[in-house]
Design a protein around this ligand. Structure first.
Ligand code: RIB
Length: 289
């Protein structure tokens, strides 16, 4: 069983469903509303856990009404929360609008995630004890760098999902073993990704591709599904990939593509992460396992 540590964000997602998203200055009637625990870090932690890994989460919730629910969603899945701190002020919040085609728009307010400015000795020990460190970009970049440096120095594989995308200092990229990007991120980060040993690019409904050392290239097609909501599908893909990385890129890619596809069939980020048995059934039906 892979040991994964996520150093990342946790948000409460305020999800509104609507037939079509309004234009600027327009008001439309929505179809529904739900509060769903999310945040790229938390979603990826849950995805890695449901894919069979042992997972520890290093992050921060605030002191508002959402903190307990966010803590609970990790705990209920068996994700370790000993390194989840509580800080004064609001939790991270994401306002998400999902239209009838399953496409979304998201506004994230960092809240407590923005206060993840330091890693304690215990946080760093957790990083050093894991097989894979999983980071995203919803916490301060210097914290991502500190975690990645400590991981690398202790033989922990560093997997970065550089999302929400932004340009990063070279010293961050120097610590990255595996990058997981979507097509937009791949285009924006093209030159930085050249020196990353393993790059996995998600291709939406078309699956994913992999480029490894020495030009090794693989691809896995998508699994046809009825899309309800794409929110968090990339997080499910990334967490699942991290959990199965030790099986090699081809097996990890297949599992991640199936998990990511299944995640689009339900509303909500963490709520749509499939169980291992569901992913196994899809892979078996496709003759991939
Ligand atoms: O990737 C999806 C996630 O992005 C949502 O859960 C939301 O919280 C934002 O962080």
């Amino acid at each position: 069983m892979a040991r994964i540590v996520v150093v990342g964000s946790i948000n409460m997602d305020l999800v509104t469903t609507v037939g079509r998203r309004p234009a600027a200055g327009e008001t439309v009637s929505g179809d529904g509303f739900a509060l769903v625990p999310g945040g790229k870090g938390s979603n990826q932690a849950i995805a890695a856990r449901r894919a069979g890994a042992e997972v520890e989460f290093v992050g921060a919730v605030g002191s508002d009404v959402f903190a307990d629910a966010l803590r609970k969603v990790l705990r209920e899945d068996g994700v370790g929360v000993a390194r989840l701190r509580e800080v004064d002020g609001p939790c991270g919040i994401a306002t998400i609008v999902v239209d009838a085609g399953g496409e979304n728009t998201i506004i994230v307010v960092a809240g407590a995630n923005g206060r993840m400015t330091e890693l304690s000795t215990a946080d760093l020990e957790t990083v050093a004890g894991a097989d894979v460190l999983l980071c995203q970009l919803e916490i301060p970049v210097p914290t991502v760098l500190a975690a990645a440096r400590h991981a690398r120095a202790n033989g922990t594989v560093v997997l970065l999902n550089p999302s929400p995308v932004r340009d990063l200092p070279d010293d961050v990229w120097a610590e990255v073993d595996i990058a997981v990007v979507n097509e937009g991120e791949a285009a924006r980060l093209e030159s930085a990704l050249r020196d990353v040993p393993h790059v996995v690019t998600t291709l939406g409904g078309a699956g994913a591709s992999y480029r490894g050392p020495g030009g090794l290239a693989l691809a896995h097609p998508g699994f046809p599904v009825r899309v309800v909501d794409t929110t968090g599908a990339g997080d499910t893909f990334t967490g699942a990939l991290a959990a199965h990385w030790h099986e090699g890129p081809a097996a990890a890619l297949a599992w991640a593509c199936a998990a990511g596809a299944l995640a689009t069939t339900k509303l909500g980020a963490s709520a749509s992460v499939p169980a291992a048995a569901e992913v196994e059934a899809v892979l078996a039906a496709a003759g991939a396992r």
